[in-house]
Design a protein around this ligand. Structure first.
Ligand code: ADP
Length: 259
């Protein structure tokens, strides 16, 4: 609690009367703390690939100047680190844009089944990298309304990327779209991968929260994917449900209202 003493101005005739203002700042402080932590985390996440890039530039200008084999290898690593920075910046910008519009209800409509099929097709390169397969089950059309089609595509993209990355190598990911429950559409992404221990599940949608930091970074994750999903779901007045069993797999379901 913050207490503030405000002298009355002009002072009253009988002298020193004061007004005491009491305000509960607990929530305000918590928000400030979260913002500061977020900036610190984001800076750290950007600094790591940047430090690596600077290191390789110095090596290429110095000791490895005339080493063609090293140059090719280092340039490959540098390209990966630069890509990582770009993904992170894209996700940071995406998240801030979603947050800015969070209180404005979307106005369009989105055929989730059509979006799901298009996003599934775009996963071919990542699937090939993990020798995994993707099964899609969707009705002819599944309309969510009001909805932002680009944001729905982003939800599907983020959940599929996670399922493939954290799924079993050579495993199968299933993307299912169904009507209901209530007036709505449910999209489910299920994998047969490492799963998530119970204690982590409530924290997965926090920014930069990762069960295994090294594994997530190596797999190309930014740690923001599920935070983005959560904010899009909130904007659509929908629901996100996460079920998982270690060593068996995970299932992420998103329900979106249809009217
Ligand atoms: P990341 O970019 O690291 O995947 P996310 O916000 O998308 O960030 O996910 C946060 C963390 O949740 C991941 O680092 C991972 O530990 C865990 N996670 C997300 N999806 C899955 C999944 N399908 N299977 C196992 N763990 C998952």
């Amino acid at each position: 609690i913050a207490a503030q003493v405000i002298p009355m101005n002009p002072p009253l005739a009988d002298g020193g009367r004061l007004m005491l203002v009491l305000a509960d700042r607990t929530r305000e402080r918590a928000v400030e703390r979260m913002r500061a932590d977020f900036v610190a985390n984001a800076s750290h996440e950007l600094r790591t690939p940047l430090a690596s890039l600077i290191g390789f530039i110095e090596t290429l200008r110095g000791p490895a100047e005339d080493d063609a084999v090293a140059r090719t290898r280092f340039l490959g690593i540098m390209a990966e680190q630069a890509e990582r920075m770009r993904n992170l910046i894209d996700d940071l910008l995406g998240l801030s844009r979603i947050e800015l519009t969070e209180h404005q209800a979307p106005t369009g409509s989105a055929d989730i089944a059509a979006i799901a099929r298009a996003e599934a097709d775009a996963m071919a390169p990542i699937l090939a990298g993990r020798r995994a397969s993707l099964r899609v089950e969707a009705p002819e059309a599944a309309l969510a309304r009001p909805a932002d089609a680009e944001q729905i595509a982003q939800i599907i993209r983020n959940l599929l990327e996670n399922a493939i990355r954290h799924g079993r190598e050579g495993g199968e990911v299933a993307l299912t779209i169904t009507h209901g429950p209530r007036k709505g559409v449910t999209l489910t992404v299920q994998d047969d991968g490492i799963g998530i221990a119970k204690e982590h599940i409530p924290r997965l949608t926090e920014r930069f929260y990762r069960v295994d930091k090294g594994r997530s970074r190596n797999a190309g994750g930014t740690g923001l994917g599920l935070a983005i999903v959560k904010h899009i779901v909130i904007r659509h007045r929908g629901q996100l449900n996460i079920e998982s069993q270690e060593g068996v797999g995970s299932r992420f379901s998103v329900w979106l209202p249809a009217d």
